[in-house]
Design a protein around this ligand. Structure first.
Ligand SMILES: Nc1ncnc2c1ncn2[C@@H]1O[C@H](COP(=O)(O)OP(=O)(O)O)[C@@H](O)[C@H]1O
Ligand SMILES: [Mg+2]
Length: 257
């Protein structure tokens, strides 16, 4: 179990950004972390993967534990070895390197293991297999997202943290990324999925958290979050505004005025 307990994070010694956040990801589970821009989602992932230092951030209270053992003092590389990997927001791939070279960087093990892992990852992402010797910078947005995910999978993580993997992707590609997350999870990897696309995230997660200005304001099974109308409108920004609803609403307004 990957567990964040009562976590407080401060940036630049003064800015309190997470105020007592608790989140749990069971082994092999999918958990969604939702919330508006600036709520603290990326900060929470940084705290789990040891990347706060780089951003002048610090855990000032609480803990991150892996199977009960505190891990928030570990370096990022040590966390990768323990099985925690992150795909950062904005798909940080190495644009000048080829697809294969990008994947090799994610390996962290012996050359032989890396070769086997790469074949495995390329099976999971046929698009990348076709473009394995292509320069990564020339891949499309969706392909780059897949490369970033593939690179994280090279380390065979027990837990994969994804920061807004659907951001900026066309609906068809969002669907593809969604399918890949399901597939990765089927192979036994636990997933913490940070998303603005609440519908997508909750459709595959078992549990969801909604973060609001550094606090967890909702902590419920995903189906309950999806079903609740207030939650849909106020927290997830999912209004019932299909085109038909809008037309209906306008007609009603005309009648009333
Ligand atoms: N390196 C940083 N230094 C100072 N403040 C930061 C830093 N990174 C993020 N913040 C602030 O922390 C808050 C949460 O940011 P973030 O975790 O990126 O939110 P989210 O990922 O939910 O959009 C925001 O107010 C943001 O401006
Ligand atoms: Mg973010």
């Amino acid at each position: 179990m990957l567990q964040v307990q009562n976590l407080e994070v401060v940036y630049d010694d003064v800015m309190l950004v997470l105020r007592g956040v608790s989140v749990a990801v069971p082994p092999g589970g999918i958990v969604a972390l939702l919330g508006a821009n600036g709520a603290g989602k990326t900060t929470l992932l940084r705290a789990i993967t040891g990347l706060l230092d780089v951003h002048d951030g610090e855990v000032t209270k609480g803990s991150v534990t892996l199977d009960g053992e505190p891990v928030h003092h570990l370096r990022p590389a040590a966390l990768v070895r323990r099985g925690i990997c992150q795909v950062m927001e904005g798909r940080r791939i190495f644009a000048e390197l080829t697809v294969e070279e990008n994947l090799r960087i994610g390996g962290h093990t012996s050359p032989r293991t890396i070769k086997a892992r790469m074949e495995d990852v390329l099976t999971l992402f046929p698009v990348l297999a076709e473009r394995r010797r292509r320069t990564a910078g020339y891949l499309s947005g969706g392909e780059q997202q897949m490369l970033a995910m593939g690179r994280a999978l090279m380390a065979e993580p027990r837990y994969l943290l994804l920061d807004e993997p659907s951001l900026g992707l066309a609906p068809r590609l969002v669907e593809q990324v969604r399918g890949l997350i399901v597939e990765i999870n089927k192979r036994g990897t636990g997933v913490l999925l940070v998303e603005q696309n609440a519908t997508m995230a909750l459709s595959i997660a078992a549990h969801g958290y909604v973060l609001e200005t550094g606090k967890v304001v909702l902590d419920k099974p995903a189906d309950q979050l999806l079903a609740d109308e207030d939650i849909r409108e106020f927290y997830l920004g999912l209004t019932r505004e299909s085109f038909r609803d809008v037309k209906h609403y306008k007609r009603r307004k005309r009648w009333l005025s």
